[in-house]
Design a binder for this molecule. Structure first.
Ligand code: ADP
Length: 258
């Protein structure tokens, strides 16, 4: 890693995390939280111990996707106990500590970065095979601080088929490379719509760019997620783990061998 090790923070002494994977995107709304939730659920289905640290502080959607509405509390020692979803995934998010989950978070960058560090340091994660971090979108101050302070093993890049997004993806990949973090793969969300009658793929947001991006950025693993009414139904119902289709199997396979 290029980040001096003195910058890296240590988790609680009871915590043993094997791999930390960040899910990044150039901008909001491309499906970063969806991809984080699907990857976590797939790994949990395979029997791994999985956690999600929702670092998308100003747009926290992870608890909602897993149907979690109870708060997370601290124990006597001031350590935070994460909530556990129906499929066993441990979750911490700012929405689990806000009094009212509709309240906006009006904190500046350093405070937000501080909360994310606390979610790593002060949460009782116990033993995890994988901790997935739903990163704040973009390449700003907060994601940079997270990259510098947490020992992230690799990132998965969330994209969508638009020119603008592919440009921002390059920035995200460059940032990871500069921080010496491995790019595990890329996922193009809303890649196509499958006609329910003839099965033909319709390029709603333009032709898929993922193959080209992957080639240019030397990313060897990528997956595509279609626009799928089952997905919005499952996220709205707080039952992301009910999605049967394993769209991300390439990335999942790679996560098992890194
Ligand atoms: P981000 O984390 O990048 O801001 P989200 O993962 O929260 O984006 O997705 C935003 C919204 O779009 C969610 O309500 C989700 O249900 C919906 N959505 C995302 N991807 C798909 C898809 N492939 N098919 C249907 N709905 C989707």
């Amino acid at each position: 890693r290029t980040a001096p090790s003195s910058f890296l923070i240590q988790p609680d002494e009871s915590t043993k995390i094997k791999k930390i994977i960040g899910i990044v995107s150039g901008k909001g709304g491309v499906g970063k939280s969806l991809i984080t939730s699907l990857l976590a659920s797939e790994m949990a289905k395979k029997g791994y111990k999985v956690g999600i640290l929702d670092a998308d502080i100003t747009g926290p959607s992870i608890p909602k996707y897993f149907g979690i509405h109870e708060k997370a509390y601290a124990n006597n020692e001031g350590k935070i106990i994460p909530q556990v979803a129906e499929n066993g995934v441990k979750i911490i998010s700012v929405n689990l500590i806000l009094e009212n989950e509709e309240d906006p978070v009006i904190w500046r960058g350093p405070i937000i970065a501080g909360v994310v560090k606390q979610f790593y340091q002060d949460v009782i994660w116990d033993e995890l095979d994988y901790l997935f971090i739903d990163m704040p979108p973009g390449t700003g101050d907060v994601p940079l601080t997270i990259f510098q302070s947490l020992p992230i093993d690799g990132i998965v890049v969330a994209t969508a088929p638009s020119d603008l997004i592919s440009m921002i993806v390059k920035k995200a990949v460059k940032m990871a490379t500069m921080m010496n973090v491995d790019v595990i793969g890329a996922v193009e969300n809303m890649s196509y719509l499958k006609c329910p009658d003839c099965g033909k793929e319709i390029a709603v947001f333009g032709e898929s760019k993922i193959e080209e991006i992957a080639k240019n950025e030397k990313i060897d693993t990528f997956s595509r997620i279609p626009i799928d009414p089952e997905i919005s139904k499952a996220t709205d119902a707080g039952r992301i783990f009910d999605i049967k289709e394993d769209y991300l199997f390439d990335i999942v396979d790679k996560l098992e061998i890194i």
